[in-house]
Design a protein around this ligand. Structure first.
Ligand code: GAL
Length: 670
């Protein structure tokens, strides 16, 4: 096998296919079997060494490379490329014993005990020194091996050490605040510290949000921002060491992008990645897990420059092992999920993990090779997927066209909304955004879930759901989008506070009041089980407001109750055909669907059978249309070109069997 450095912008020549590979859990005879099965399944990339620090550096400065040398060679001989991980997610026992001060402390100052992973404080200089030493040693030893094609920094940074409250972190937080605010006066003003007489007279008096009592939300928000920056600084420190040895190799780390506010601010991290990579796991309790797959893909695409391909670093072949009841995937779901990620812009599909563990905390997690072994439906599906990905190789590098719908999603807004006391403490930011996404997804609209600072030009509809924290720049650009002819839908609890988490006065949603021509005098959150009905028949739960209209048309009013006759949904027309719709109530999913339908141009609503998801990627010559049939019946869709998985000509109509995927390749017009 010859390896070409010229190909290293993307780690593999075809679409990447593989998994986290943890050979250290197995005897060497299993390694040979692994490599045989990997070749049979079409695996071309594995993430190696993720948790191997304690097995390589067995004592302070004492390195044992033999086993890793051997497996690196074995993979190379089999033509399997390596995404080599720095092992810093798993600090060894000797390091934690010698330096217990590196452990992160939670808000009650309880340490993260050894036995799990990511048990280190991101601000600890001691940890950083040891971490960079092993990173350097690894890079020197393997960085110039031809089949080491990418670096995988640590693992899910922040998952375990996302917020550390120790004294080292406190000191780093104060430095961060000094850099941000310059003076205590500026900080006191931004945080509104006169409340409860908390005015700071010395930076040394500022401590992270320890304990459980009610904190100043502005302090909590800045601590969240600081914590994200500290972990990014760690990533950058590792990356710089790797780049100093192998400037040509891509460096990444695996994000955990889904529908919840992230533990760190991934959209702000993404520009520092050579390849943006994600781990995505569906929830057993989720009634529509395929929409969660779509949501994460729609976020990932918006995080890469101009919708460049991204890498699915981890997902599961079947059940995970960390939920209360771990649902096994249904027939075809493994392939549907994987190809949905590809349809959403991934140029590679990797799993956690290659072979299901016998021992350890994740012994009942699914893998590409299950406990049952090679003779299993699951492994046969894994081989089928490998074949499919080889047939889909021409898709590589193609991109989704600009989506029609932009939905604004912001970690800072999510953090601000979900921490501290709020009018309804049961509202979840991610759930609200996902409900909006669900409505447009059911209409088969192309969607990007984007950070607020994105360029909004080109979308047909811009949705701003629960953007609780909105800065002036975002507010101005949302207004400009509507003034230029776009349709904006602002959801309740948007634009309530500014970037310091201080309420915008004069009526909610302060940042969008003028644009909407309507405002809210008082929030009227509902109690559990309470519902409302509007005069157009729509209904909902959880949230209502006392809304006053200044310069807008009322689309729907409350049909009864103490808000009877009052506006719930308003619309203001702007020049150039733009409009700004305010949705001040918590609509249920049917109402949101009806509303979404009223916002999009009917000509752009594809006529496909219910349950079929349509995704498009294209390059200059060709268009690739993915049809994913989530339904129980065969669907017939209109298509023209060549089907890539079955290699059949498609002359106008294509049958997509229940639960299966078809991908049609055709010329890109114009
Ligand atoms: C991921 C993690 C993997 C594995 C997996 C199980 O979050 O990166 O190492 O634990 O979850 O689903």
């Amino acid at each position: 096998m010859t390896w070409s450095h010229a190909d290293k912008a993307w780690p593999t020549r075809g679409l990447s296919y593989g998994a986290d590979y943890n050979p250290e859990q197995w005897d060497k005879d299993v390694w040979r079997e692994d490599v045989r099965l990997m070749s049979q399944a079409g695996v071309n990339l594995v993430s190696l060494g993720i948790f191997s620090w304690g097995l390589v550096e067995v004592a302070d400065g004492e390195f044992h490379w033999d086993w890793l040398d051997e497996i690196v060679d074995l993979l190379g001989e089999a033509g399997i490329a390596i995404d080599l991980a720095t092992p810093t997610a798993a600090p060894p026992g000797w390091l934690l014993a010698a330096h217990p001060g590196i452990r992160p402390l939670d808000h009650d100052m309880q340490p993260h005990w050894p036995g799990a992973r990511l048990g280190w404080c991101p601000s600890s200089p001691v940890f950083r020194t040891y971490a960079l030493r092993i990173v350097r040693a690894l890079a020197d030893r393997y960085g110039h091996r031809d089949h080491v094609v990418m670096w995988h920094v640590s693992n899910e940074l922040g998952g375990g050490n996302g917020r550390c409250h120790c004294d080292t972190s406190a000191a780093a937080f104060r430095d961060w605040l000094r850099r941000k605010y310059g003076t205590l006066d500026a900080l006191n003003k931004a945080w509104g510290t006169a409340f409860w007489g908390h005015t700071y007279r010395d930076f040394a008096h500022i401590i992270p949000p320890r304990g459980n009592d009610m904190k100043n939300p502005s302090l909590v928000l800045d601590f969240d921002r600081f914590s994200s920056d500290e972990l990014l600084a760690h990533y950058l420190a590792e990356r710089d060491v790797l780049k100093s040895v192998t400037p040509e190799l891509p460096v990444t780390t695996n994000f955990m992008v889904g529908a919840e506010p992230d533990v760190v601010d991934y959209p702000r991290w993404a520009p520092h990645m050579d390849i943006v990579a994600n781990d995505h796991y569906t929830r057993s309790s989720d009634p529509v897990p395929e929409q969660d797959v779509a949501f994460s893909g729609d976020r990932m695409r918006a995080m890469t420059t101009q919708r460049r391909p991204w890498l699915l670093m981890e997902h599961s072949t079947s059940a995970v092992s960390w939920q209360p009841r771990n649902r096994a995937k249904t027939p075809g779901e493994l392939i549907r999920n994987s190809l949905s990620h590809v349809g959403h812009g991934a140029d590679g599909v990797l799993f956690f993990q290659w072979r299901a563990s016998r021992a350890g905390a994740e012994q009942f997690h699914s893998a590409m090779v299950p406990h049952a072994g090679e003779d299993s439906e699951l492994y046969r599906d894994v081989c089928t997927l490998g074949r499919y990905l080889r047939r889909l190789a021409p898709v590589m590098g193609s991109r989704a066209p600009r989506a029609r719908i932009g939905i604004v999603f912001d970690d800072e807004a999510g953090w601000a909304m979900s921490k501290g006391v709020k009018p309804n403490n049961h509202l979840a930011y991610g759930r609200i955004v996902r409900d909006w996404h669900h409505a447009f997804w059911r209409l088969n609209q192309s969607i990007e879930v984007l950070p607020p600072w994105s360029d909004y030009t080109g979308y047909e509809v811009l949705v701003v759901p629960a953007l609780f924290l909105t800065d002036d720049d975002t507010a101005a650009r949302v207004s400009a989008f509507a003034e230029a002819g776009g349709t904006v839908a602002v959801g309740f609890l948007s634009g309530v506070v500014d970037e310091h988490d201080q309420v915008r006065l004069g009526g909610y949603p302060g940042a969008f009041r003028e644009l909407l021509g309507a405002s809210c005098e008082e929030f009227r959150p509902l109690q559990e089980g309470e519902t409302f009905t509007l005069d157009n028949g729509w209904s909902g739960t959880e949230w209502t407001e006392l809304v006053r209209v200044h310069d807008a048309e009322v689309i729907a009013r409350y049909a009864g109750g103490h808000l009877g006759g009052r506006p719930a949904i308003t619309s203001r027309s702007l020049g150039a055909g733009g409009r700004a719709v305010y949705v001040s109530a918590g609509l249920d999913s049917d109402a949101l669907l009806a509303l979404a339908r009223s916002l999009v141009d009917p000509a752009g609503v594809a006529d496909v059978p219910r349950g079929v998801e349509v995704l498009v990627r294209r390059n200059e010559e060709e268009t690739f249309t993915f049809f994913i049939n989530h339904a129980d019946d065969t669907a017939v869709v209109a298509a023209l070109g060549r089907e890539m998985l079955t290699d059949e000509a498609v002359g106008g109509e294509l049958r997509v069997p229940a639960g299966e995927v078809r991908v049609v390749r055709s010329g890109t017009a114009g």
